[in-house]
Design a binder for this molecule. Sequence first.
Ligand SMILES: [Zn+2]
Length: 397
Amino acid sequence: MTDPARLLAAMDTDAIIETLKVWVEQESPSPDADAVNAMMDLVIQEAESVGLTVSRTPGRDGYGDIVKLETQPAANGPRLLMLTHADTVHAIGTLETLPFKRDGDKLYGPGIYDMKGGAYLALQAIKTLKALGSGPAMPVTIMVMPDEEAGSPTSKDAIEAEARRAAVTLVVEPAREGGKIVTARKGAARYYLTATGKPAHSGSRHQDGASAIREIAAKTVGLEAMTDYGKGVTVNVGVIEAGTAVNVIPSRATAEIDIRIPTLELAAEIDARMQALKAEIPGVTLEIKGGLNRPPMERTAGVSALFDHAHGLAGQIGIDLETVPQTGGGSDGNFTAALGVPTLDGLGVDGAGAHTLDEHLLVSSIAPRCALLASLIETITPETVQTLDGANSEDAP
Ligand SMILES: [Zn+2]
């Protein structure tokens, strides 16, 4: 194993910042396939300089391409899977209000923290190992997704296919609250509720109408009441669309609902309640679509073993690695964890302001986080996540 001090000393933070500027200034909102693909071009350019094998799958449904980068594409046996994404939540033009700029230890720009910084460090970690005459303990696959911020509608299948070949998954999403990583995430479900009633003139024929708004309003109160902070369940009716004119009984109303749940068991319970929803206003019918979008990522014995391993390595780099309590935000790590692959998330850069105009990373986190990634890549084997009770043995190839 390479001495962590040597890894740290090999990190060229200024050079990393220089390329990050190019990456950040290539804006790449998820819905803009051309912009995301231009970002993918930059990722591929860097990957080729690292010596990785590139495969690019054309995008679909209006999203950009999926890019896969591998150290030993022909190798059989278990692999180390790393997940990244090239899209951001920021629309084209955000650079005008959030330009790439450095202010002390803070480096600003759209997507710099979530997660161009982490994606770039993943490549630099492999590059550094090679430069020091070392390399990964297992063959590495890095997946660069085009649609993570949209819930990964077009890349979920590809992620799951790679997860089935993986012994361990590392997700380089941003670190939290002073460098903490993520070992458990809530699952996310999304539902679409449509109420269809009967239109009528609100003055002369009020009694003939059946209000879809009244139905959705009643349902909203009930749905929001399912929030249970004690159990870690949250329900948000985030979007309602309804009505045509103030003097017409509304015949149509829709609601979009976001639900976060800590366990699969609770997800099933909530789903049963959602599917059982019935219209209560006479003359109104209700339609329910949707379901669990990202399954919960639970802290299994394999995850604990992986965390302990990372904690030990981090200590040698001068990082006291901690984990946050189960977070409500989902990531592509939810998919791999649900398949039983021990997954560590939040291994990217430290910073704050994800999804806002205050988005920034901390320059001081670049070298240590990159050194930690390099150490993890260099040392993780299937044995790292083997536990005494064999909790993950049936899942790990
Ligand atoms: Zn992200």
